[in-house]
Design a protein around this ligand. Structure first.
Ligand SMILES: Nc1nc2c(c(=O)[nH]1)N[C@H]1C(S)=C(S)[C@@H](COP(=O)(O)OP(=O)(O)OC[C@H]3O[C@@H](n4cnc5c(=O)[nH]c(N)nc54)[C@H](O)[C@@H]3O)O[C@H]1N2
Ligand SMILES: Nc1nc2c(c(=O)[nH]1)N[C@H]1C(S)=C(S)[C@@H](COP(=O)(O)OP(=O)(O)OC[C@H]3O[C@@H](n4cnc5c(=O)[nH]c(N)nc54)[C@H](O)[C@@H]3O)O[C@H]1N2
Ligand SMILES: [Mo]
Length: 684
């Protein structure tokens, strides 16, 4: 018996590839890209090609476990589902009676992005319970906020339109690694004569696809954008007609630009005056120019303001609404599910307190009233969350009752009192919308759940029953949840239904061939225009105008840090992993080799460090050990390591998140993974 089942990759990547799974006698024997998907076009990245190794990995959690060793040790014994669920329910009832339901904290993020397994029944369950609310801001919150202030909505330009661009700026994005299906579109545009410019502190795998690489100093992109604006306005290269018709605050902006002469911009960014000037001229005069902004720039303390500032550039240059032009950070604002219908906030007994997920350690150690139970799913916070010494101390608390629902024995599972086995994407139904293109897809289950594994939704239905909850909506089926999501999608075009998705495969959410956001000049801001000047920002207590705000941990910041820790650390995503996912797949670990630190030859020499040396990287928060890679891929003063390795697969059991901080971004309360100062020396 052989069948081919259509589905899609569930992982946290802008692409969301369509795939086809060949199933023989109930076993998935092949997985390949779906040629019918117009954007991902029939090929998979190096990680998804290894997906069957993920699904049939011998280390998968096969059944529920109860801790027998010390916390962090990872020693367990097998228990039944019934015992596991009874234990959780009775423990939670005890906690609720003594401390109230807010003593329970759900913790989840992007293990899967399917709306069914990521964002529906789980919220309903925890709303009904009255648990603390998690601020899910570890990834993109600062950037999303920044765009909202300038443009009003995260309605990024359609990446398929890149083929029509004559200039492409790839700014703080590394598509060759993090969303590789963009690359063929960039190559197509180049074949038609486009130029590509990469703006990144590192020479990445994307650099060969660009004509020019500007090695900017981290966290200074707002200064670069303001320098470009200054040059555009000084030389009259900006689009005065577009600005007059579609923006507010140009006069105030022009005054602000006085503070950004080219020599200051060059000093701050490390980019030569001539290059800033040329970039400004090219961007203003080459039409259409496509600006692909990645998430790299918004993982800085000043990341919200950086994104807000860059998002003003297309309007100033008159690049909005052109086929092949415009601005793209995220496409998530094109069509939304009805989150109220999915999450049912009305089930809450009262408005709960919010805990920021980037400050998990701090919350576990000192939240008042205390957190007495943590329920983790779709996430691996003992490896992926910043400031790990605090996270570890929190997870080690004897009086914290921790449940982890996982596919693998991750670092987080090691701290669980109860671990529950989860399904993979091949074992359940889900519905997906991409955040880097405009397609919606249905993932059909291909094989039966392995071992005693259960999906997230299945567990929440069982927990609701054990807790004695009666509301029908807590027991909705996966298919009904998917139907609610797809049928509440806010669309301008023809309706999308599960039936259509089953028949047609991936469906585009825009009616027209290409999504050209804001082509009608109507922006989703309070003024309806691009807001160079934002009254909303001013009212929220921020600078209403675009600005470069030096980071506290940086060369223009606090001298106390800088003297002790003179090197700026970046920790972007690894080519063969996806956050901490896949960092246990043998072939992918073998390709990634070991956790390394890129360091400039001058910085290495002055520290007596040679290529291949084991180095100790440290700051006020902690330390870890990495292998030095001496290279001019990073500038003097900058070091970089690709993340995120599991702790227990890292030297000394410590990954780089011992160094990253839990201070939040200026806007959006986001994570600051790319804002740490460190010192590096040869390990003993
Ligand atoms: N140093 C550093 N740290 C970073 C980053 C960085 O660039 N540098 N990037 C940050 C970013 S952008 C993000 S988005 C976060 C992501 O952080 P996390 O949300 O913690 O994502 P992962 O580390 O991939 O862990 C996801 C886990 O979910 C599990 N999982 C997958 N599917 C399911 C499922 O259906 N059910 C259940 N119960 N579990 C499932 C996987 O096995 C995996 O262990 O990491 C952040 N951490
Ligand atoms: N292989 C792989 N793919 C992934 C992931 C992964 O871990 N591995 N993670 C997934 C997730 S969760 C996300 S959110 C996306 C993110 O994917 P991207 O949008 O590409 O974002 P990042 O990888 O965070 O950073 C992109 C680039 O920004 C650069 N950068 C850092 N600081 C600055 C700065 O100050 N200025 C400028 N101009 N550039 C800077 C980094 O060096 C990096 O090369 O990728 C997804 N895809
Ligand atoms: Mo992310």
């Amino acid at each position: 018996m052989e069948k081919i089942v259509r589905g899609c990759c569930p992982h946290d990547c802008p692409d969301t590839c369509g795939w086809l799974v060949t199933v023989r006698d109930g076993v998935a024997v092949e997985i390949k890209g779906d040629h019918h998907h117009p954007f991902t076009r029939g090929w998979l990245c190096v990680k998804a090609r290894a997906y069957l190794q993920f699904v049939y990995h011998p280390d998968r959690l096969p059944y529920p476990l109860k801790r027998v060793g010390a916390k962090g040790e990872g020693r367990f014994r097998r228990i039944s589902w019934d015992e596991a669920l009874d234990t959780i329910a009775s423990k939670w009832q005890e906690i609720i009676a003594r401390y109230g339901p807010e003593a329970i904290l759900p913790y989840s993020y992007s293990g899967t992005l399917g709306v069914v397994q990521n964002d529906g029944l789980d919220r309903r369950f925890f709303n009904r319970l009255g648990a603390s609310e998690l601020e899910r801001t570890i990834c993109s919150a600062a950037g999303m906020e920044g765009v909202r202030y300038s443009l009003g909505a995260n309605k990024g330009a359609d990446p398929e339109s890149m083929v029509h661009a004559r200039l492409i700026l790839i700014w703080g994005a590394n598509p060759a690694t993090t969303h590789p299906h963009y690359i063929p579109f960039i190559q197509d545009a180049k074949r038609r004569g486009a130029r590509g410019v990469l703006i990144d502190p590192r020479r990445t795998r994307t650099a060969p696809f660009a004509d020019q690489h500007l090695r900017i100093f981290p966290g200074t992109d707002a200064a670069l954008a303001l320098g470009m604006m200054r040059a555009m306005v000084d030389h009259g290269w900006h689009d005065q007609d577009y600005v007059e018709a579609n923006t507010v605050g140009f006069d105030e902006l022009r005054e602000r630009l006085v503070e950004y002469p080219l020599d200051r911009v060059a000093r701050v960014t490390g980019i030569r005056e001539k290059d800033v000037l040329e970039l400004a001229c090219a961007y203003a005069s080459t039409k259409p120019a496509f600006l692909r902004l990645g998430y790299g720039v918004q993982r800085h303390g000043n990341g919200g303001m950086i994104v807000r500032t860059i998002a003003c550039l297309p309007a100033l240059a008159g690049q909005v609404g052109l086929r092949g032009g415009g601005f793209l950070l995220s496409t998530s604002g094109w069509a939304m599910w009805d989150n109220v219908a999915l999450r049912r906030p009305d089930l809450r007994p009262r408005e709960p307190r919010a805990i920021n997920m980037n400050q998990l350690g701090q919350a576990l150690l000192s939240a008042e009233p205390p957190i007495k139970s943590l329920y983790v799913y779709n996430s691996n916070p003992a490896a992926s969350t910043p400031n790990q010494s605090k996270v570890r101390a929190g997870l080690l608390r004897e009086d914290l009752f921790t449940v982890v629902h996982e596919i693998f024995p991750t670092d987080t599972v090691d701290y669980a009192d109860i671990a529950l086995p989860a399904t993979t994407q091949l074992e359940r139904l889900d519905l997906h919308k991409a955040y880097g293109n405009l397609y919606v897809q249905l993932n059909e289950p291909a094989i039966a759940p392995q071992g005693e594994c259960k999906s997230n939704t299945e567990v929440f239905r069982l927990l609701a029953e054990k807790m004695g909850f009666m509301e029908e909506c807590l027991f909705e089926s996966d298919e009904d949840m998917a139907r609610t999501a797809v049928e509440t999608l806010s669309l301008s075009g023809p309706r999308i239904t599960l039936e259509r998705l089953r028949q047609e495969g991936a469906i585009k959410i825009t009616e027209r061939e290409l999504g050209l956001p804001f082509a009608d000049g109507r922006f989703a801001t309070p003024s309806g225009k691009v807001e160079f000047y934002s009254r909303q920002l001013r009212e929220a207590g921020y600078d209403p105008l675009p600005a470069h705000v030096p980071e506290r941990e940086g060369p223009e910041g606090d001298k106390v840090f800088l003297e002790r820790y003179p090197l700026y650390l970046l920790t972007p995503g690894a080519h063969h992993f996806l956050n901490t996912t896949f960092a246990n797949i043998p072939s992918l670990v073998a390709s990634e080799k070991r956790p390394c630190l890129q360091i400039n030859p001058g910085d290495a020499a002055s520290r007596g460090i040679q290529d291949g040396d084991r180095v100790r990287v440290e700051n006020q928060r902690g330390w870890c050990q990495l292998t030095a890679r001496v290279t001019d891929a990073v500038a003097p003063g900058v070091v970089s390591t690709e993340a995120t390795w599991w702790q227990k697969k890292s030297p000394q059991g410590r990954n780089v998140n011992h160094l990253t901080g839990d201070h939040l971004t200026d806007l959006g309360r986001g994570a600051t993974f790319y804002n740490s100062l460190v010192e590096v020396r040869k390990a003993d």
